[in-house]
Ligand binder design. Structure first.
Ligand SMILES: [Zn+2]
Ligand SMILES: [Zn+2]
Length: 433
């Protein structure tokens, strides 16, 4: 009897495991091949019509129209151009897929048929615009995934929510937040969609074509900008004792910043960076100026380290300025938190993708001091932000990093992004009871 019960238990366990597996991947794979033309055409269209942060009007319209035509419930009006598309098939988990839509004020220097020649206004000046960060690829990959999922709606076991966000690039706006993701959340995104169980986002990367790179924990750092204003007392450069010198004060402050990283933070929790990228003061060799302004960025992974850096940072600016009789003002803009991949989701994704794409296509990622505001979604919902290799496989184009005017995407890599999103969506839905 005991043997029988044991056998029955194992049989039921086996049945449960088997029933959780998504068995129709071949149908999806077939379906992915069909819209490959759509994927490339959409990417080229977006590439030739790049739009700057918070100006993604045409891109947003194009995305909304396609989503509606495929049966998605579309909601707009988040962060000016941000939108969501919702598709439901029965009860089950809610999978959120996020894409960013904005381009950069960079002149494309690669000569090819679909090169961007667009210009736009930025801070009152006309600038060249291009998708030098590959967000045209992100939008077209997510859109094509939405198409494939709509075509196979009957195979879904739950809900998919596509989020297309503006301003990933952190453009500072008069009234809106410097992050499109944060602004969408502020504008009520999470009240307008069913509560997501998981979020997936990707970024193209100049690594081997089609390869997916992922890692659990922090993969990108936080990114914050600071501005320090110092006000001293102007005097003749030949009689410095008559003034209070903001330039000497700034040099002491910058030197003091170096020990925050090397002597104060816990380096076992990951590194950190403080960079002063601009200083402006004075206009004559023989005058000590009254005012100085410097700007820079602070980046790290760990939250405790981040708090410690800010405490020490402000203290140093204040005390050194006081010591020199100079007034100080510090402004810090918290642009994005660090991008954190949830360990269980990362393990799940590695397994899913190894099975669907093959183990050579799934590689590890090494954390960088780069930033992406997908971090805001990952703060609220467990998930994964991964990297898709788009390096050229010819000898004509050299792989260039994002934000380079020579950045170039191997379009034959994009289909792997669609495969990855589809694989993660179905496997996640079918892994839940
Ligand atoms: Zn970028
Ligand atoms: Zn980007």
């Amino acid at each position: 009897m005991r043997k029988f019960l044991c056998f029955l238990f194992l049989f039921l366990l086996f049945q449960t495991i088997m029933s959780q597996e998504f068995k129709n991947w071949n149908i999806i794979e077939q379906s992915i091949q069909n819209p490959e033309k759509f994927l490339i055409e959409t990417r080229r269209k977006l590439h030739q019509n790049p739009e700057l942060s918070y100006q993604e009007f045409e891109t947003s319209k194009l995305v909304a129209n396609f989503l509606k035509s495929w049966g998605y419930e579309v909601k707009t009006g988040f962060a000016i151009t941000g939108l969501v598309g919702i598709l439901k098939n029965g009860e089950g988990p809610v999978v959120m897929i996020r894409a960013d839509m904005d381009a950069l004020p960079i002149k494309e220097m690669i000569e090819w048929e679909y090169k961007s020649t667009k210009k736009a206004m930025l801070n009152g000046k006309e600038v060249d615009v291009s998708h030098a960060c590959g967000h045209d690829a992100h939008t077209s990959i997510a859109l094509t995934t939405a198409k494939v999922l709509a075509e196979n709606k009957n195979l879904l076991k739950g809900t998919v929510v596509f989020v297309f966000q503006p301003n990933e690039e952190g453009t500072i706006h008069e009234t809106l937040l410097g992050s499109g993701a944060a602004q969408m959340i502020k504008d009520g995104l999470y009240n307008a969609i069913p509560k997501p169980d998981v979020v997936f986002g990707l970024h193209v990367w100049h690594s081997q074509k089609g390869q997916i790179r992922l890692e659990k924990g922090y993969v990108f750092s936080n990114a914050d900008f600071f501005t320090i204003k110092l006000t001293g007392t102007q005097s003749h450069g030949a009689a410095p004792w008559n003034g209070k010198d903001p330039i000497v004060t700034a040099s002491e402050i910058i030197a003091a910043f170096q020990t925050i990283i090397s002597r104060e933070i816990d380096l076992t929790k990951g590194g950190a960076v403080i960079t002063v990228g601009s200083i402006h003061a004075g206009n004559r060799p023989n005058i000590i100026p009254q005012d100085l302004e410097m700007q820079g960025t602070i980046r790290c992974f760990d939250k405790e380290n981040r708090n410690l850096i800010y405490e020490s940072f402000k203290k140093k600016v204040q005390s050194i300025s006081e010591m020199n009789g100079v007034k100080s003002e510090v402004k810090i803009e918290h642009l994005t938190p660090a991008v954190y991949n949830h360990p269980e989701i990362t393990d799940f994704a590695r397994q899913s993708l190894t099975q669907r794409l093959g183990k050579d296509f799934v590689q590890q990622w090494t954390p960088l001091f780069a930033a992406d505001d997908c971090a805001y979604f990952l703060e609220r919902t467990q998930g994964l932000y991964f990297f898709l290799g788009i390096a050229p496989d010819d000898n004509i184009h050299q792989p260039a990093i994002i934000h380079s005017p020579h950045f170039f995407i191997n379009e034959s890599a994009l289909i792997f992004g669609v495969k990855t999103f589809c694989s993660l969506t179905f496997d996640f839905m079918y892994s839940k009871k």
